[in-house]
Write a protein that binds this ligand. Structure first.
Ligand SMILES: *Cc1c(COP(=O)(O)O)cnc(C)c1O
Length: 367
């Protein structure tokens, strides 16, 4: 295996799952595993979520669903986003549950002549996809005429549940009108992670958390489930004045110990964190970890870090720590590079091997 890998802790995933489930007051959990489970590996995460009792999984593209089906996942898979009519056939073949936001896609799906469960999405304020709430009576009438479409669920999505409580409540008031049109008998859902933390399930049947399962919001005891680990490929002493990395952006002040770790921006480390990011390792016999600055520019495949002294090539470094450190976590990298932890997570490259642990023991490996 490459001496750089993503270690995913399935016990922490379970803790995050139960915490969100508890917040949702026992509503069903639709585990969002789009974008390779936010970089953590959709197959293993998806299987684990189903084992934990999730109602089903949600993905963004049929290709993502195909990967799950090929790996033997037979559980429910909700396809998020607005179905394009040309995706209808794949949905039926893979036995997915599509989200419908247009009558064109409903018609294309119905025309295939096979019964399909569908979820209807209503746009209550995000302004992206979804039927308009005012269209609910029309949508209900038209869908009733499509004999192959079985409405199983009805949902909406918040624009900013994290920061805008009032706006979110306005959205739910609009969604309530949709519920009045359709009535009981459907799985209604609205809350993503931030919505679940703020409102529970909002009295609905299910929640759709993504980021919180991976612990990437600094909130309510949710903990990151992954560490990015690497062993040095070279450790050397450099003389004062030695320039390090592309553009000579760092110059050694005195004699310094520099280790090269085989991870770079092609693995998902943002180039912008250079000069501010740190990595950690645990020196043998020391009670505290050693925090080392990343010096020199971040290359495509390698970074250089300054050590207090030599280490051997078996020393494991935490390039991403499982916390919300401002300099060595996915959340911290996001803060340093002006984006969100969603983006730093999904940038974790598929070329990194993923190692899955349960009770400290490796239970799966994906290379
Ligand atoms: C991505 C997504 C989610 C999950 O959102 P988080 O903020 O990651 O919890 C839920 N619902 C829809 C429609 C999504 O696209």
């Amino acid at each position: 295996m490459r001496p750089a890998w993503l270690e995913v802790n399935l016990d922490t995933l379970a803790q995050n799952y139960h915490r969100l489930r508890h917040k949702a007051e026992g509503a069903q959990v639709i585990g969002v595993v789009k974008a390779n489970a936010y970089g953590h590996g959709a197959v293993e995460i998806g299987k684990e979520l189903l084992r934990l009792g999730a109602w089903g999984l949600a993905v963004a593209t049929p290709q993502e669903a195909l990967e799950l089906r090929k790996a033997g996942v037979v559980g429910r898979i909700l396809l998020l986003g607005s179905l394009h009519p040309e995706q209808a056939r794949t949905v039926v073949e893979l036995e997915l549950i599509p989200s419908l936001s247009t009558l064109e896609s409903a018609e294309a799906l119905n025309a295939l002549g096979r019964p399909v469960p569908v979820h209807l999405e209503f746009d209550t304020g995000l302004g992206r996809v979804g039927f308009a709430p005012e269209e609910a009576p029309l949508v209900q009438e038209r869908l009733a005429s499509y004999e192959n479409l079985l409405i199983q669920g009805i949902y909406t999505h918040f624009a900013n549940a994290e920061e805008d409580e009032e706006g979110s409540r306005d959205q739910m008031a609009r969604f309530e009108r949709v519920r009045q049109v359709f009535g009981p008998g459907y799985l209604y859902h609205a809350c993503n992670t931030a919505g679940t933390l703020r409102f529970g399930a909002y009295g609905l049947g299910a929640v759709r958390p993504g980021i919180g399962l991976y612990g990437l919001l600094p909130a309510e005891g949710l903990r990151p489930i992954a560490r990015l680990l690497a062993k040095p490929t070279q450790v050397k002493r450099v003389p004062p004045g030695q320039k390090i990395g592309y553009g000579g952006a760092y110059t050694a002040q005195g004699e310094e110990w520099i280790a090269t770790l085989p991870v770079g921006y092609a693995d998902g480390m943002p180039r912008q964190v250079f000069g501010r990011a740190t990595v950690r390792y645990q020196p043998e016999g020391s009670p505290t970890p050693c925090v080392c600055p990343v010096v020199g520019r971040i290359s495509m495949d390698q970074i250089t870090v300054r050590l207090p002294g030599p280490v051997d090539l078996e020393q494991v470094f935490e390039v991403v720590t499982p916390d919300h450190s401002p300099t060595s976590s996915l959340w911290g990298w996001a803060e340093l590079s002006g984006t969100t932890s969603y983006e730093t997570a999904v940038r974790l490259s598929p070329r990194l091997p993923r190692v899955y642990l349960r009770e400290g023991v490796e239970v799966a490996r994906v290379e």
